[in-house]
Design a protein around this ligand. Structure first.
Ligand SMILES: [Fe+2]
Ligand SMILES: [Fe+2]
Length: 207
């Protein structure tokens, strides 16, 4: 499965340094070979995160690439876990590993994007993955703030996209997975009401 023309245009438009353009193509190609639904999800999360960043004055380039690569670690998770059935607690423990796996795969290629991948399930109660304690000690507070801002937008767009498109019921081990979408978003991201509103508007464009 090839990347969509829209994503190709976005990569060319931003022409990121450090090889992030080809890193993005390679990793998304790999995801698409094993998990075409995860590739489609990654493309939508990249595009909605970019759109939310543009509307809220955040770094759209960081949002696009962070969103596109947030689930890079799913390359390490067996595809049958996403085939449309409920999964067991043991299988869910395997799924959870994708956040750290994505961070590990990306950290030498692009550290900012790696942290977005590592953090995207860790920014709410009973989440998983990296935490703010894992940031490099020499990072400036403004860098930490920016990663947390972008990773939060990715986490919100990720949650919304999964709710709108995923047929699989992946239950997390808290009460959150049983809540209606809006209630869950308010509970997980109580300080990000405006971001949630904009992200919902953007995500609905891909229905
Ligand atoms: Fe994820
Ligand atoms: Fe995701």
């Amino acid at each position: 499965m090839k990347l969509s023309a829209k994503i190709e245009r976005k990569i060319r438009k931003y022409a990121p340094k450090g090889g992030l353009d080809n890193t993005t193509r390679v990793l998304l190609d790999l995801i698409g070979m094993g998990q075409p639904l995860t590739l489609a999800h990654s493309e939508r999360v990249g595009l909605t995160t970019e759109a939310v960043c543009l509307k809220t004055g955040k770094d759209a380039k960081a949002g696009l690439f962070g969103g596109l690569l947030h689930d890079t670690g799913k390359n390490t998770v067996l595809n049958f876990l996403f085939d449309g059935r409920n999964i067991s607690a043991e299988e869910y423990a395997e799924v959870k590993k994708h956040a750290i796996a994505g961070f590990t795969a990306l950290k030498r290629a692009h550290l900012f994007t790696a942290y977005c991948a590592g953090l995207h399930h860790a920014l709410y109660e009973r989440g998983y993955g990296l935490t703010a304690r894992d940031f490099p000690k020499n990072w400036q507070p403004r860098t930490v703030k920016k990663v947390l801002e972008i990773a939060t937008i990715i986490a919100i767009c990720d949650d919304i996209d999964a709710s709108l498109h995923r047929k699989t019921t992946i239950k997390d081990d808290s009460r959150l997975s049983d809540m209606p979408l809006m209630k869950r978003l308010e509970t997980k991201f109580p300080d990000d009401h405006e971001t949630v509103k904009i992200a919902l508007e953007e995500a609905r464009k891909y229905l």
